[in-house]
Design a protein around this ligand. Structure first.
Ligand SMILES: [Zn+2]
Length: 260
């Protein structure tokens, strides 16, 4: 579900953009969270990331149309029906609104949790991308036994849903692989903000580990080449060009229906 947008510059978005010798230009950015609904008997609903909180978005000058609790009913899903919230990484635009899901199990990687609760995460270049109160909510969820931390390279969350640790953008960045009737949706989240990162081999500006970021691009390209694979970038308006709109609402992209 696309819940916000902004316009930025390529020079701010790609790591050392000046080395490419290209003029700077505007870059459109979309903001998403993702809903995985089990179409089989279970009806299980998994929310992948929770967007940013209204106040944080306003403070940082981002346009926002809705939060998950506002938006899920557009798909006929009650917020209480979300049993699991996956946090792909703990940047502010992925951890807002967690309080809307007080009963859900939260799943993220151990590496990500350890990093954001460590001293180095409070240094300016990292702290800029997180919200202290939201990291505190994760800590409270941990204390309450509501947080599951993945430690393996690949973790099966539920039948057909795998969480794969890639790192790079953040120390514990996860991607999500979801099997459906047509093949596999590879939900990159911020392991791939814009398709251009893979297509032009052009790392994103915000990173924790450049070699890991390059390896994540290689893995995503390999997975995307699989039969029936659909690669979904985390912030690219191109997602809306590649996939049809959901019949329920124009802000929802239907990953099950590639646009032809
Ligand atoms: Zn993001």
């Amino acid at each position: 579900m696309r819940y916000g947008s902004r316009v930025t510059r390529k020079a701010e978005s790609f790591h050392n953009y000046h080395i490419y010798g290209e003029p700077d230009e505007a870059l459109d950015v979309d903001y998403y969270f993702w809903v995985i609904r089990d179409s089989a008997d279970t009806g299980r609903v998994t929310l992948v990331d929770t967007g940013f909180a209204r106040e944080a978005g306003r403070r940082r000058g981002r346009d926002q149309w809705f939060t998950p609790a506002d938006a899920l009913p557009l798909l006929g899903i009650a917020p209480e029906a979300v049993s699991t919230v996956v946090i792909t990484h703990a940047h502010w635009d992925h951890t807002g609104n967690l309080a809307q899901f007080p009963d859900a199990e939260i799943v993220m990687s151990q590496a990500e949790y350890d990093f954001w609760t460590s001293a180095v995460a409070r240094r300016r270049h990292f702290a800029l991308h997180s919200e202290t109160a939201e990291i505190a909510l994760l800590t409270q969820a941990h204390a309450a036994g509501r947080l599951t931390l993945t430690t393996r390279e690949s973790t099966r969350l539920a039948p057909g849903i795998e969480l794969v640790h890639v790192g790079g953008h953040t120390p514990g960045e996860l991607i999500v692989s979801v099997a459906d009737e047509a093949g596999t949706v590879i939900l990159a989240s911020d392991a791939l903000h814009h398709y251009e990162e893979i297509d032009q081999d052009r790392p994103y500006a915000v990173l924790a580990d450049l070699p890991a970021m390059y390896r994540a691009y290689d893995l995503l390209a390999e997975l995307a080449a699989g039969p029936g694979a659909r690669l979904v970038a985390g912030h690219d308006p191109e997602v809306r060009a590649r996939f049809a709109a959901h019949p329920a609402h124009p802000a929802v992209t239907d990953l099950g229906r590639p646009r032809d």
